[in-house]
Design a protein around this ligand. Structure first.
Ligand code: WTA
Length: 661
């Protein structure tokens, strides 16, 4: 691990919270005094704090007597002797509290068709499907891979498994058969639930065939059935002894299925995420603690209320789609939008049109989506958010990477119309829910900072010995005490779990893997992954800072910064840049590269000046929009790419990014 991270770019504008569009809600943190007293309460009596919320937020089949069992730390166990069921807490509870006929999901397909489903209808579908699974012999503890498009059916599948205690692993629909195969084998799945295809951007993309291919790779003998949701009229190959249509599994079943009550610590799901090695880690989450933290964080960060129409644009294959689509909004009885397609189809006004059509009140998306929409609306005024009625919005959120101040401001002004709180939420697959985030209407906002930890979350910035660093100094972001929503294990790899997240030298703190710094107001600024830290002439710089500086230049749309070895400076900064205008060439490119270097020197300091600048018309990204920095690092070093690149959406862009200026 590197010693410390230097930080030099801090935004100092403060935006005071707008209270007028915040709703009353029993558990909401109404002002900073309440926030401070809750933080204090959790510090003084940690177990009572969590016990109170566990009793208030969850319906228990068998009440727990032990709040936290630390005997096998860092494998912490929460509410150990309690029993509950996640699906019961998401669905059954809404049948008796006035939400029975409320719309649970507004589904909009790629081609714009809208389908709504109420809580009672969703409950019935989940019960019928769960009964069908039961009849096939599936039960608590079995493992199931879900490989499906954004749909009502994926929620039905996830909830039905939870109802029976079947442990799921959702694999993003954009992943290849090789990734599917790896995951089927790693969890020993007996069931796969998929679709014939998915529709994105006007095209059908086959899914079932990838499952067939994965199984043909061998070693998948554990698989008994593939259940297929029929999304299109396309033909798929069929094994009559193994394959079943989802509708046939569901159809003749009874409309009530008794939930299987499970122990609090029963794994709800395993979600694979990339680590510092090539092999993805199967992040294992619990049932009770995870659902508790999902609900609490949803309630605080999004000020959840009965009248909301919530829309999280994340794919169900990521943690954001789990926590803030499949579980928390349902557990809170909210109405939510689920969207099958992509933000740029049929044009880049799609998000804004959907917010207007469905009167979305809370909108949650990723900075990369915002940046690409900034780019399209600067060249095509027709798709600019100013042309749409976004007056229903009251809170707008961001997740997945740091939102640079320029993008934050554009989002705040053009989407939030300066009346919505922007919640820049820092969290991870491993944390289960939001950790460091503003509370809307309460926390003063600083563009680019995810602000303050939620109550109960003891976040801190420490040095390599675990000692707190002073404000203004960079260090490792850690969480000092366990919390109910935390990762429980890496599936089948306890040693990797311990060494990745709880290295001995850090005194048992949870190591997030991000560099961060606090400012004088104790606000957190995320500086990027520890492994993205560059060391240039002995100065350590977070790559995100340089990216942020580049993106704040008026010509730049997107930028990614990586390091490459350099004989004199140790590491050199390499910047991959996409301009708002078309990709420059020749003299023009040299001129702009110089302007950008001078700009970075001015914004941060000459030390951060990119040695190489490479222009492209896009950056290589995963289908969820994350920039593939590992590929960029290889490109920056002029190396051959030999790793699996099946998750890269736009691999062709690497070619245009290989010209060095
Ligand atoms: C990054 C996504 C800065 C961070 C929920 C983290 C962020 C990783 C933010 C987790 C944010 C996420 N500001 N960086 N608001 N949110 N990150 O597991 O590096 O897909 O460690 O979970 O994304 O990504 P993951």
């Amino acid at each position: 691990m590197s010693n410390h991270i230097e930080s030099v770019l801090i935004e100092d504008r403060v935006f005071n919270p707008k209270k007028n569009n915040i709703k009353d809600n029993n558990f909401f943190i109404k002002d900073l005094d309440v926030y401070k007293s809750l933080c204090l309460e959790s510090e003084n009596d940690y177990k009572s704090f969590w016990k109170k919320y566990a009793l208030d937020f969850l319906i228990w089949h068998k009440l727990f007597t032990n709040v936290l069992d630390e005997s096998e730390a860092p494998h912490y166990k929460w509410f150990t002797d309690g029993e509950m069921n996640v699906s019961f807490n998401c669905l059954d509870v809404n049948l008796t509290n006035g939400n029975k006929h409320k719309t649970a999901i507004i589904f909009e397909s790629d081609d714009g068709k809208v389908e709504k489903i109420s809580y009672i209808e969703l409950f019935t579908r989940v019960c019928k499907f769960a009964n069908g699974l039961k009849k096939l012999g599936y039960c608590s503890g079995d493992r199931c891979i879900i490989y499906m498009p954004m749909s009502i059916e994926v929620v039905v599948a996830m909830q039905a498994c939870a109802r029976l205690g079947i442990i799921i692993s959702v694999v993003f629909g954009g992943f290849s058969s090789k990734s599917l195969h790896e995951r089927i084998v790693d969890i020993g799945a007996s069931l796969v639930i998929t679709a014939d295809s998915q529709k994105r951007g006007g095209k059908y993309i086959p899914l079932k065939v990838a499952v067939d291919d994965a199984i043909e790779m061998g070693g998948c003998e554990s698989i008994k059935n593939i259940i297929v949701y029929k999304r299109s009229d396309k033909c798929v190959s069929w094994d009559i002894d193994r394959d079943l249509w989802m509708s046939d599994v569901e159809d003749t079943q009874s409309e009530y299925c008794e939930p299987t009550f499970v122990n609090s610590e029963h794994p709800l799901f395993i979600l694979y995420t990339s680590g510092s090695t090539g092999k993805p880690k199967g992040v294992q989450h619990s049932s009770a603690g995870y659902l508790l933290w999902s609900k609490m964080s949803m309630n605080w960060t999004f000020n959840a209320s009965d009248s909301d129409v919530f829309w999280c644009t994340a794919d169900i294959g990521w943690i954001t789609g789990h926590t803030y689509i499949s579980y928390a909004p349902l557990a809170l009885g909210m109405t939510q939008v689920i969207f099958e397609g992509i933000p740029t189809y049929p044009d880049s006004g799609r998000f804004w049109k959907m917010i207007s059509d469905h009167k979305v009140t809370v909108f949650y998306t990723a900075p990369t989506a915002i940046r690409s929409l900034i780019k399209s609306s600067s060249s095509d005024q027709e798709v600019h958010p100013k042309n749409f009625d976004l007056s229903s919005l009251r809170i707008i959120g961001s997740v997945g990477e740091a939102i640079n101040p320029e993008t934050w401001l554009w989002y705040y002004k053009n989407v939030g119309r300066e009346k919505c709180s922007v919640v820049d939420t820092w969290w991870q697959t491993e944390t289960g829910g939001h950790m460091i985030t503003p509370i809307p209407g309460v926390t003063p906002l600083k563009p680019g900072s995810c602000t303050l930890p939620l109550p109960g979350i003891s976040a801190s910035v420490v040095d390599e010995t675990g000692e707190d660093v002073l404000p203004g100094k960079g260090g490792f972001l850690v969480i000092k005490r366990p919390w109910p929503g935390m990762i429980r294990n890496i599936w089948n790899d306890s040693e990797r779990f311990k060494s990745s997240y709880f290295p001995e030298e850090l005194r048992g703190y949870y190591l997030a893997g991000d560099g961060a710094q606090k400012d004088n107001d104790n606000y957190f600024w995320i500086l990027g992954r520890i492994d993205d830290v560059l060391n240039v002439s002995g100065h350590r710089l977070g790559t995100m800072e340089i990216e942020s500086a580049l993106v704040s230049h008026e010509l730049v749309s997107e930028a990614a910064v990586v390091g490459r070895p350099d004989i004199t400076t140790g590491e050199a900064v390499v910047a991959f840049v996409v301009l708002k205008d078309k990709q420059p060439e020749g003299e023009e490119a040299i001129k702009i590269a110089k302007q950008l270097r001078d700009w970075v020197a001015k914004e941060i300091g000459p030390i951060a000046k990119p040695k190489d600048i490479r222009f492209g018309d896009n950056l290589p990204k995963t289908r969820s929009g994350k920039i593939m920095r590992r590929l960029l690092r290889l490109t920056a070093n002029g190396e051959q790419i030999t790793q699996d690149i099946s998750t890269v959406e736009n691999i062709h862009v690497l070619k245009s990014l290989s010209t060095v200026l």
